[in-house]
Design a protein around this ligand. Structure first.
Ligand code: B12
Length: 470
């Protein structure tokens, strides 16, 4: 074996995901695997999703050491670092990649990584493998001499050096599909069916997002955007249906409906082939209109997630969302009119948000009336403009190796309790709105309860208004 690829996501160790139970294969490392295998490298994938850390550790300890490549994001950091340490002790060379390590190159190198891969990993890994094969003993010093693009490493004098950025793969259609056959995909689909009655698979039609929302991580693809040919995507979907008989799919693009001409071609291609796989996806309100909604419905979209974030235009502008509150309302209404469930993502606590903005968000969700909405208290991801803006006020609650970017407190921001009240207010107001003012008598009691809870939430918001993170 030349390379073992893994990630650090263990489903069994994630109580929240154990409740959700909607696992998807790690597409990034599966793309790396297919690319490298096609070039003749001997690549194995250890998929951690359904595995336990000891199983991976014993593999690392019992196999002849080679190169280990680990995908890391902000949630999986502690697990990745445990894998990294175990592998190093067992004599492996280790490189890390994915959306987080580039932003924390120094820390990952300090933790023992031989190199951090920044950006797309396909070509960079190929070059690293060639250097290692040429002389395993000279690795990773040879990386320094060869000046491989898109890596960070420690130089002999201990400094962290970043090489020039790796150029993006020009033609995504020339790349093989992700190597789904090297993970237990049947288990993913079975897990879905057991918990949700339907089996789901994921695929992507594009890489990168060109928008500039200040809180979003652009670590891997920058603000670029490359699309696959619609017919090549249809080929993959046709194969997925034939091979795995899924009931549905998740299109894991950042913004699925970004290119309307592309969507027209894709829908025409799917129709020509008589293919229809129900799916959910994420988009932006400014990339949705009546025609796009018709195409989504025709293609089988049953749930459309729209990044809504706030009902206050002032806050949306501060985020550089480049979307208006009205666009979101219209998009939700359009989706529902086509029988597509509308989902909204909302964020509390962005810089400058005050009680009026929270009230505006509550009003916005009531008026939009989505089928489902999810809220998060904003957290700064390293490498984003939002992170840089709040950096002087960040306090980490955990040592870097044990935590994530979600463990930062922003000094001077309202307390957690404040946002709990905001969330309570939103949820109760929406429920009351749905019950309507004059509903069934059975709802009367619930209505009174909700009115009380809404009053409590408003009181709470004011009572803890002055309570800020220290
Ligand atoms: C699909 C997805 C999910 C799925 C994950 C399912 C799965 N197993 O893949 C779900 C819904 C579960 C999810 C959840 C979350 N996600 Co998410 N997700 C994505 C999304 C939209 C697509 C991922 C993908 O398939 N990309 C396509 C492949 C081709 O790209 P890639 O994975 O980056 O891989 C390339 C490179 O990174 C590199 N590479 C990758 N691995 C490795 C390994 C080595 C060794 C090397 C050398 C290179 C390398 O090469 C690959 C090929 O070029 C990305 C955004 C994006 N467009 O990438 C966000 C993204 C990864 N998610 C993100 C976040 C924040 C989350 C959550 C924390 C959200 C939340 N609030 O709960 C959770 C964390 C879940 C967890 N426990 O890990 C952030 C991560 C930011 C960061 N710095 O870590 C991203 C980047 C979104 C964003 N822009 O902010 N997510």
């Amino acid at each position: 074996m030349d390379l073992l690829l893994t990630h650090g996501y263990f489903l069994d160790e994630d109580p929240k995901e154990l409740q959700i139970m909607k696992p998807y294969v790690p597409l990034g490392i599966l793309y790396l695997s297919s690319h490298l295998r096609a070039k003749g490298w001997k690549v194995e994938v250890f998929d951690t999703t359904f595995a336990s850390p000891p199983a991976l550790f014993s593999l690392l300890e019992s196999s002849p050491p080679a190169l280990l490549g680990i995908y890391s994001n902000l949630m999986t950091r502690p697990a990745v670092l445990r894998i990294l340490r175990t592998a190093k002790q067992a004599g492996w060379h280790v490189v890390v990649g994915g959306p987080e390590p580039g932003a924390y190159a120094e820390e990952y190198l300090e933790a023992g990584a031989d190199a951090v891969v920044i950006g797309e990993g396909e070509i960079t890994l190929e070059e690293l493998l060639a250097l290692r094969r040429a002389d395993p003993h000279a690795f990773p010093e040879s990386v320094q001499r060869a000046n491989v693009q898109g890596v960070a490493f420690r130089t002999n004098d201990g400094r962290v050096h970043r090489t020039a950025p790796r150029a993006l793969i020009p033609q995504l259609d020339a790349q093989p599909w992700p190597d789904r056959e090297c993970v237990d995909i049947a288990r993913y689909i079975r897990t879905w069916r057991e918990h949700h009655g339907q089996g789901s698979v994921s695929f992507i039609t594009a890489r990168g997002c060109p928008y500039r929302c200040r809180w979003c991580s652009h670590e891997v693809f920058g603000k670029t955007h490359r699309r696959r040919h619609p017919a090549r995507v249809a080929d993959e979907v046709e194969w997925l249906i034939g091979r795995y008989q899924p009931d549905m799919a998740w299109i894991a693009d950042d913004v699925f409906t970004i290119h309307h001409g592309w969507l027209e071609q894709y829908a025409a291609e799917m129709k020509r082939r008589g293919l229809r796989l129900p799916f959910e996806c994420i988009s932006r309100a400014d990339r949705l209109n009546a025609r796009v909604m018709d195409l989504l419905a025709e293609l089988g979209c049953f749930r459309l997630w729209i990044g809504s974030e706030s009902g206050s235009q002032r806050i949306l502008d501060a985020m550089q969302r480049d979307v208006t509150v009205e666009q979101v309302r219209e998009a939700v209404a359009l989706a529902k009119s086509r029988g597509i469930q509308a989902g909204m993502f909302l964020m509390w606590g962005y810089e400058g948000e005050e009680i009026e903005d929270i009230e505006a968000t509550v009003e916005h969700v009531k008026r939009s009336d989505p089928d489902v909405f999810l809220t998060t208290v904003s957290y700064p991801i390293k490498g984003t403009p939002y992170f840089d803006e709040v950096a002087p006020r960040l306090v980490s609650l955990k040592p870097w190796v044990e935590g994530s970017d979600r463990d930062y407190r922003i000094r001077g921001r309202h307390s957690r309790r404040f946002y709990q009240y905001a969330d309570q207010l939103l949820r109760r107001e929406v429920e009351l709105h749905r019950l309507g003012r004059h509903g069934a008598a059975a709802d009367a009691l619930r209505r009174v309860q909700l009115e009380n809870e809404i009053a409590q939430a408003r009181q709470g918001l004011r009572a803890v208004f002055a309570e800020v993170e220290a």
